[in-house]
Design a protein. Structure first.
Length: 468
């Protein structure tokens, strides 16, 4: 028996194949599940095992696969995709150590858990054998290699090479192995290509090891983990499972998800406790939601940060930041570079792009504001537009604190509206407006000081004209 209690573990992730059944121009392992390339789920599952080194075997679209790998994960190139045995041989060329355990996992098995991989390695250590293979008993074994075990020899027959009787076997190979390093090196030197595919099968090496130093099986405890992605239907099923895992984790952490069936949250999203996510909501990429927020219904946020206590309903965010207590929607579109200050508001049918909105300011409805900066406590009336593009260049608009614009105001950038200025309904502004002045007309002209009005608390403030 092998004494490997302290033997180091090395991991090889097989990710070189094209995945022809995906019917895709993209390598199979690059297809995403809840926003993450499927190969990275496998790499994450290896973390509890703490391999001394993890090598991803790349081949088809090698550069693209390397580009998505996490920092610190190495790769080796399988120049010709000549089977799983050849892929492991390539990985072994990148491992200098002679003694240890080689853990082999498939890049298209995104549902495998770290717990199962730890148990597989432990089973291998305790058994003191040359090889251990992860297996599962399935009602439908279509497309998978069938497993037969007898007196320390594990034989796996690929479906293409199986007899009719062997195809009725329900115990299947999941393509995850723990090998003694010296044993797998020796066995791969003896494997030929006498099979339907003319490839070097890793399963043939398993049988050789069994006859030389015994091999055993280990059954996966959760059949959910046995799901491999070979086509688009498998991909959709994997996405459904991972999506539910993500939602369950958020709900256990204190997030209310009203309708998990219609809610999609990607793996990288962060959500604070006591936030409520309403039906039809998509949260994606680097989106971060604070606590005590209400998101949705029917909201789609990508790479968007939402502060504590904010409301975002029936709206779209792309690379935007929503301040604490802000109110967005319904039917607002926050484009990249938009930053909303604390307790600000962007209302119905508004679009903002590369715009900073100061604390307490409001863009309540039917407005387009692009390449602008709005101070604090300003109010833009319905239909306010910043004309930021002259056909060649983009220009900025600056709107000071306390500014009020009437309905259907057009601001022709570059232009600056001074603090507490007042723009009459329908104004077309193509010149700077001084602070505290009132301007009207097409083009707008300054006519007098801006009017004052009395608020409900008895304090004077700028006059009103048009909708909030």
């Amino acid at each position: 028996m092998f004494q490997r209690t302290e033997a180091p573990v090395f991991a090889a992730v097989l990710a070189a194949g094209k995945g022809t059944r995906m019917r895709s121009n993209r390598a199979k392992v690059l297809h995403t599940i809840c926003g993450v390339p499927m190969v990275n789920y496998v790499i994450s599952a290896l973390e509890p095992v703490a391999p001394m080194e993890t090598l991803v075997v790349v081949g088809h679209q090698a550069d693209e696969v390397r580009a998505v790998l996490p920092p610190g994960v190495g790769s080796v190139l399988q120049e010709e995709q000549n089977g799983t045995g050849d892929a492991v041989r390539v990985a072994l060329e990148g491992i200098e150590e002679e003694e240890g355990i080689l853990l082999v996992v498939n890049g298209d098995g995104p549902l495998i858990s770290g717990r199962t991989l730890v148990e597989l390695v432990e089973r291998h250590r305790v058994a003191g054998v040359g090889a251990t293979v992860l297996v599962a008993e399935l009602d439908d074994a279509t497309g998978l290699g069938r497993v037969m075990e007898d007196a320390g020899v594990v034989r796996i027959v690929e479906e293409k090479d199986a007899t009719e009787a062997e195809r009725r076997i329900r115990l299947v190979n999941l393509g995850l192995y723990a090998f003694d390093l010296s044993e797998i090196r020796h066995a791969l030197g003896l494997v030929g290509t006498q099979n339907a595919q003319g490839e070097i099968y890793l399963t043939d090496a398993l049988e050789i090891i069994g006859r030389r130093s015994r091999a055993v099986t280990y059954r996966v405890k959760s059949l959910e983990e046995a799901h491999l992605v070979n086509d688009r239907a498998h991909l959709a099923l994997a996405e459904e499972i991972v999506r539910r895992r993500i939602l369950d984790a958020h709900m256990r952490a204190g997030v209310t998800v009203r309708d998990p069936v219609s809610t999609h949250i990607e793996a990288s999203v962060e959500i604070g406790r006591d936030t409520v996510v309403l039906p039809g909501t998509f949260l994606r990429g680097g989106t971060k939601i604070g606590s005590d927020c209400v998101i949705g219904p029917s909201t789609d946020l990508l790479d968007t940060v939402v502060g504590d206590g904010a409301l975002v309903e029936h709206s779209v965010g792309r690379g935007a930041a929503v301040g604490p207590g802000a109110n967005v929607g319904p039917y607002a579109y926050l484009r990249p570079g938009t930053v909303l200050g604390e307790v600000s508001k962007v209302g119905a049918y508004c679009e903002l792009k590369n715009t900073k909105v100061g604390a307490g300011s409001k863009v309540p409805h039917l407005s387009y504001v692009g390449d602008a900066e709005i101070g604090e406590g300003a109010n833009l009336g319905a239909g306010t537009i910043t004309a930021n593009y002259d056909g060649k260049d983009k220009h900025r608009t600056t709107i000071g604190s306390g500014v009020f614009t009437g309905i259907n105001t057009n601001l022709i950038a570059p232009v600056t509206i001074g603090e507490n200025a007042y723009l009459g309904a329908g104004s077309v502004v193509n010149k700077d407006i001084p602070p505290g002045k009132m301007a009207v007309g097409m083009p707008a002209r300054v006519i007098r000081d801006a009017p004052e009005k009395v608020s409900k608390d008895g304090k004077k403030k700028q006059g009103d004209q048009g909708g909030e």
